[in-house]
Design a binder for this molecule. Structure first.
Ligand code: ADP
Ligand code: MG
Length: 239
């Protein structure tokens, strides 16, 4: 196999026997040892009820926590080897987060909210506005650049949050209950947008308790009581 095809085969996410236990006391084994591979360009939904370990898993995938045991490779890079500043830099440049509650700055316009994410990522001031405007264009908000979040619908606010995530050209989009605060019309719009990004080649993981949201992704794994049930991995083990 030549180098190019090896690189192409490189998954974006690879968990190998990764587990997580909250120290407590008492200790809580929130994620049991699991294997997970997310290929470049894949859109994976992770679905499970409240308390099943979704946020714990998201925190690991998002480099917010380190697995207690096992390994997490992001784009082939073993993240255990990284020091905290390197993890922070990698998080900022490689991962776009979309949260249920948008987490926009209330007194900043849509454009400013997106541009500030670029500032934290070290993009020169002169370039920020153009990149932010392009990201907002991509999510259909060209006409709302200078609008404050309070003047936007929930769906539009989540679009700003998605633009903010996209602005850094992340390797991976991590969505945690992205439609949890939205009515069904706005939710559909946001899910359509995420599906469109995936169609354009974005690698994405959506975490949700809602099977209808998970159904919008081409691949779903279930998490229950801290155990990841990946039908593909189970099949491979069985062979
Ligand atoms: P979900 O996001 O699916 O609701 P979580 O990952 O938040 O689930 O939680 C998984 C398990 O870990 C639950 O039993 C929860 O009570 C526990 N847990 C979450 N955070 C902590 C913490 N900081 N300390 C101890 N236990 C925790
Ligand atoms: Mg959670």
């Amino acid at each position: 196999m030549n180098v190019t095809s090896a690189e192409l085969a490189q998954p974006v996410i690879e968990l190998v026997g990764a587990s997580f236990t909250y120290a407590g006391p008492p200790p809580v084994a929130a994620l049991h040892p699991c294997n997970l591979v997310v290929a470049s360009g894949d859109h994976l939904a992770i679905v499970g009820p409240s308390g099943s370990g979704k946020s714990t898993l998201l925190n690991i995938l998002g480099l917010l926590d380190r697995p207690t045991a096992g390994r997490y490779l992001l784009d082939g890079l073993d993240t255990a080897a990284l020091r905290e500043p390197e993890r922070t830099a990698l998080r900022g440049s490689s991962i776009g987060f979309v949260f249920q509650a948008y987490q926009l700055l209330a007194h900043r316009t849509a454009l400013e909210n997106v541009a500030m994410a670029l500032m934290y990522n070290g993009v020169p001031r002169a370039k920020r506005a153009a990149i932010a405007a392009e990201a907002l264009h991509r999510v259909g908000l060209t006409k709302r650049l200078h609008t404050l979040p309070s003047r936007l619908s929930g769906g539009e606010q989540q679009r700003v949050a998605i633009a903010r995530a996209l602005a850094v050209s992340p390797r991976l989009l991590l969505c945690d209950e992205p439609t949890g605060n939205l009515d069904s019309t706005n939710a559909d719009g946001v899910l359509d947008l995420i599906a469109g990004l995936h169609a354009d080649g974005m690698t994405a993981v959506t975490i949700t308790h809602d099977p209808a949201v998970a159904a919008r992704a081409p691949r779903t794994v279930t998490i229950k009581d801290g155990m990841l049930l990946d039908p593909v991995a189970a099949q491979e083990t069985a062979v």
